[in-house]
Design a binder for this molecule. Structure first.
Ligand code: ADP
Length: 159
């Protein structure tokens, strides 16, 4: 069985992430969406909130599991017997950092490969940071995230 891991902060999940999840689920047998539980990043949403949001918006994709992890991604990937790491590339700015991480991971564990999917054009600009920035001013975020998540996001900013 070909199991892949799609790691990220997903703080919060956006249409860009959902597009990546739907596309990568088609090319593997099982896709584990792994939320990084890193309090040093000072996330807006707790890991429990992010798990629940991701579960809600991926329940139409049967071969997807939502989990969270602490520590090194490459160790977690090995632990869950994933052989592929999926990452998204939006622009050249993502590339340099992602390449370095992917090469480091290959040195640590050559059994696990990283596969990059290029972003769908309509989401190339989109990031969780943009969503938070717009939401913090009470702006319209309906182009960025699924409708059912909008109240939870505004609530964080008391909007
Ligand atoms: P991280 O902190 O690991 O970058 P993110 O939650 O921002 O976590 O992103 C997780 C993954 O999703 C990364 O591989 C990122 O490149 C990808 N991603 C984020 N936004 C988009 C988007 N709009 N289109 C495609 N991929 C994206």
């Amino acid at each position: 069985m070909r199991r892949a891991i799609y790691p990220g902060s997903f703080d919060p999940v956006t249409f860009g992430h959902i597009d990546m999840i739907e596309r990568s689920a088609k090319i593997v047998d099982e896709l584990v969406v792994a939320i990084l539980n890193n309090s040093a990043k000072n996330p807006l949403f707790s890991v429990e909130e992010r798990v629940s949001m991701l579960k809600e918006i991926t329940n139409h994709v049967p071969n997807v599991k939502i989990q969270f992890f602490d520590g090194l991604l490459i160790d977690y990937a090995k632990k869950i017997e994933a052989t592929i790491i999926i990452r998204g590339l939006r622009a050249v700015t993502d590339f340099e950092y992602e390449l370095q991480i992917a090469q480091t991971n290959r040195i640590v564990n050559s059994e696990i490969d990283t596969i990059f999917l290029t972003t769908s054009l309509e989401y190339a600009y989109l990031s969780s940071t943009i969503v938070k920035e717009v939401a913090s001013y009470g702006g319209d975020i309906s182009h960025f995230v699924p409708e059912q998540l909008i109240p939870q996001i505004y609530e964080k900013y008391k909007i």
